[in-house]
Structure formats: C-alpha cells, structure tokens
Design a protein around this ligand. Sequence first.
Ligand SMILES: Cc1ncc(COP(=O)(O)O)c(C=O)c1O
Length: 432
Amino acid sequence: MNRKTFIRGLGLGAIGAVSGVGLRGKSGAAGVAASMALPTYGAVSDANFWRAVRALHPLDPALHYMNTGGLGPASSPVLKVFFDTVNAHQFKSDTGHDTFHHYRDVVAEFFGADSSEICFTRNATEGNSIIAGGLALNEGDEVIFEDHAHPGGSGPWYNQRTRRGVISKLFTPDSESVEENLKRIRALITPRTKVIQISHVTAPTGIVLPAAEIAQLAHEHGLWFHIDGAQSAGMFPFDLHAIGCDSYATSGHKWLGAPHETGILFIRKERNAEVMPISAGSYTGPIPGTLPGDGTMGYVDDATRHEYATRSAASVAGVAAAVEFHQQIGRERIAQHGRELALHVHAELAKIPTVEVLTPTNPALRASITTFRTPKLGYSEIFGQLWKDYHFRCRPVSEQGLDAVRVSTHLFNTAEEVEALIAAVHDVVTKA
Ligand SMILES: Cc1ncc(COP(=O)(O)O)c(C=O)c1O
C-alpha cells in the first residue's frame, strides 16, 4: 500500500461530524460510557472516528505522542472516573476497599480470567516481583527468560539471584519464526529449570512471542510459565485461560490507558497456593493475635493475598474504567488501528536509504510497535531531533546495543501523525 492509498483507506480528508452519540454497551462497574461522546463506528469515516477517539485524550495538541510502550495517556472518561472516585472517597474519608470486587469482576472478564485470579498491583514490575519472590525456589534453580526483557522483567529474577541463588538463563528472541523461539527456549531447559518467563511483547523491538505454544512447552516439562505482559494488555485482545499461563503481570499505565501507578497480576487459581506473599498485612489473611493459633500467618486462597493494606480505590476504579473504555470502542478494532499504523510506519521507514527496521515483518510476531535504526545516527541523536525539532515523543532503545528508536502507535494516534513521523524521520536521516 502506498502513502496515498493508505490515507484514503483511513478516510482522511472526508468531512464527518462527531455526532456526540455515546457508544452503547454493557454498563460496567466503572461506568465510562456516559462521558464518551463518540460517533457510532461506521457512521463516519474511519479517520473521523479515530479523530474523535483522539479528542477524548487530553494530550497537548502540539505533541505527537508515540511512546505508549513507556507510558500511555489516560482518556478523559477514565480520568473522570478516577477523579470522581478520589473526591467521593475523600468526601467521606473512606478507603473504598469494599468496591474492589466490582472492579475485579470487570477486569477479570477483560482478561478471560476468574475474579479470584486477579490481584491489583502498582505496576508490572510489582507483579513480576510477586511471582519471582513468591515461588518456592532454591539455590541453583533456574529461570529462563529473554535477553530483551525490560528491567521490570529481569530485575525481579536478578534480585532472586542475589537473595536466593536462582540462576537466569537467557535466550535471544527470534524475529522470524514461532518455532525458532520454541527451539531456543527448549535448548535452555535442564533438570534445574523451574520457571519460564517471557515478555508477551518484547519492549525493545515489539516481538510478539508465541505465548500459548510456550505455555504448552512449559507444562510438558512441569515448569511454571509466567508472562510479563506490560506491552500486551490493551495492545491486542487475548484470553489468559486460553493461553494457559500460570501467571501474567501487566501495567495499567501503558496500552490500557489507566491512571499512573496501576497494574494487574493474574495467578491461575489451581496454582495460587504456590505463590507465597512477599508482603503481608491486612487482607493477606487472618492475622496472628486476632485469632487463636501458633502465631504463623494465614493466607486467603485467591490472588488477593498479594494485595495488602490501604490502596487507592480511585486507581483501581481507573483500571476498570480503562478496560471498559477499550470494550466500548472494541478491542479488536483498537488492535487493528494500532497495527495498521505500525505496518505503514514499517513499510515507509524501510524505504528510506540506510534505515533498518528491527521489528518482525511476520504478522504472527508483531503488533503496534515499530523499532528502527540507521548507521548514520545514534539512537539519542535520532530520538533527540525527532523530539526537539518535530515534537515526536518516541523512545530511545539502547538495550542490547540495538541503538534504535521505538515508535508505538495506539488508539489516539492518527494517520496524519504517522505521515508526519515518516516525513520527519526521512528528513533527519537524509540530512545526516
Ligand atoms: C516488558 C516490560 N516489563 C515491565 C515494564 C515495567 O513496567 P512498570 O513500570 O509498569 O513496572 C516495562 C516498561 O516499559 C516493559 O516494557
């Protein structure tokens, strides 16, 4: 597809009014639908539909924000739920903890999980740390994960190396084939392997790793399979029971567009008891001293054993609202929009002499992230020029010496922005 057909395909230039008709859908616990003035999908051009979605994001109009993989902006309906909830609970000086079960139901349905399998955390790193710190592992036990893991995915395991002598075995994710990724993981399995962890979507170059196939491999070997899903929740739809992982951790504040400092941890109910809390207090379980007993800690038998003490009900309400926001727009529709923009970025950047796109071309292994580099300029130079001279907020990629720049395309990004990015990269690279 060339640039012109791409623009036509997205209906750019067509005049279509935003009708102000709210999307209709199942009204969930957080109730974002009331504040979502969006045209009915199909009643206006695609371009105008996505412009209306963008208008629901209170982003600086001078900023081209393409770093959802780092931090995703929340929409106005989500922020309204968040601030309304802050105010309501402050007004009564109430924690709002008794409202969590509503939000848990909404979030569980979104992820294809049971409510008892969902724990609200503060970020993906916390979820990954609960798994790494909570499983019964001994010195010399091994965990396999990829060498492109974000520090929020690798740090929890290196911490266990320092604390318990758990050894990390790393594979380089392959950007060509599902089978090659399975082969690389299989080659690292030894009698001491206890856990396989992957990033569902790798942070540096956006490789979508074959989670369901790796789950099967892990279970054939009796291993725990954990997914760091910081880059997948909200990027495209999936069902955790169908994938078959034992645990999955994600951030709320990236592709889901939930408030900052939010996260979700899923633990499969059949294996919940195997993850011991790394922090304990109110809500973890019966507290010694309040019940007769020998002074040992008790634990509730679901994933909420990892939620402890006073939390922000507004943040949790914000996560549920973000999930509802995605459902109202359509999860597959959002995924397709982000992917189409990304594929266009990929195709056009690859035409610029010296530019190499590192993200896979295989549609099974890619989604809404595109990472590129050129030998003419270092990552900080390209990133800096795009930011300073063109107001594009991308993400520099220094991991593994990749020396590249990452572009995230999501529901609030438009075809015009993507065209402007391609032109800006073209300028930056050809001037160098
Ligand atoms: C794969 C991956 N894991 C973990 C994280 C850390 O996320 P958080 O700040 O929510 O802990 C990131 C952030 O970019 C990431 O990409």
